[in-house]
Design a protein around this ligand. Structure first.
Ligand code: E4P
Length: 218
């Protein structure tokens, strides 16, 4: 399963990229607002830091303006993945660019039939928002399972990019179901490293090693 980081904060992306665990980045208008950065400048910096796809979202809601915005966003770097909303105009834009071999991520997906539409429009990625579904007492991970089944039934190549992840269990279940990608806020990736037995076990090893008086490097 690929790991994308869901942020536009360069200072959070850089150290995670250095771990070698990052396969891409997702942004959206709210994350750009939070960063306080210019979309073109920050997206270019992210694209320079990360080898994989960097999702940059259109702001328009009509097809003609989305296509114009897409041209500007794709021009930022070769690894820009256009992000469009799951609307008729968004999917028309998706089809237009997918037919030219460009990467498109279809966002704001909340049902399996919406995901079916995105696959038929040639999306490289579909972004179902599991956390926001859980927030309204729906089954976010059940949606991922349904999309996996549908895509496998018809051998769709669209990758399932689990979005709006909030905690470790979303990542665990994404991997068990066989989602292709999970995009995570930095906080969630950091949580994945943690286990109290790892921390207490390491503390004991460090203490005992000091008592041996040995050094591995000298
Ligand atoms: C990513 O592509 C989505 O925009 C993001 O995961 C949404 O997350 P949120 O529901 O925490 O805003």
């Amino acid at each position: 399963m690929k790991f994308f980081i869901d942020t536009a904060e360069i200072d959070e992306i850089r150290p995670l990229v250095e771990t070698g665990l990052v396969d891409g980045v997702t942004t959206n208008p709210s994350l750009i607002l939070k960063s306080g950065r210019d979309i073109f400048e920050v997206t270019k910096e992210i694209c320079d830091l990360v080898d994989g796809p960097v999702s940059a979202e259109v702001a328009a809601t009509d097809y003609e303006t989305m296509v114009k915005e897409a041209g500007a966003l794709y021009d930022i770097a070769d690894n820009v993945c256009l992000k469009v909303p799951l609307t008729p105009d968004g999917l028309k834009t998706c089809k237009f660019f997918a037919d030219q071999g460009r990467m498109v991520n279809v966002t704001l997906c909340f049902s399996a039939t919406q995901a079916l539409l995105a696959a038929k429009a040639g999306a490289a990625f579909i972004s179902p928002f599991v956390g926001r579904l859980d927030d309204i007492a729906h089954d976010g991970m059940g949606l991922i399972q349904d999309i996996r089944t549908i895509y496998d039934n018809y051998d769709f190549k669209t990758e399932i990019l689990v979005a709006s992840t909030r905690h470790n269990m979303h990542i665990l279940h994404s991997a068990l179901i066989g989602a292709d990608v999970a995009t995570m806020p930095p906080k969630v990736i950091h949580q994945l490293f943690k286990h109290p037995l790892t921390e207490s076990g390491l503390a004991a090893f460090v203490k005992d090693w000091e008592k041996t008086g040995q050094s591995i490097t000298d």
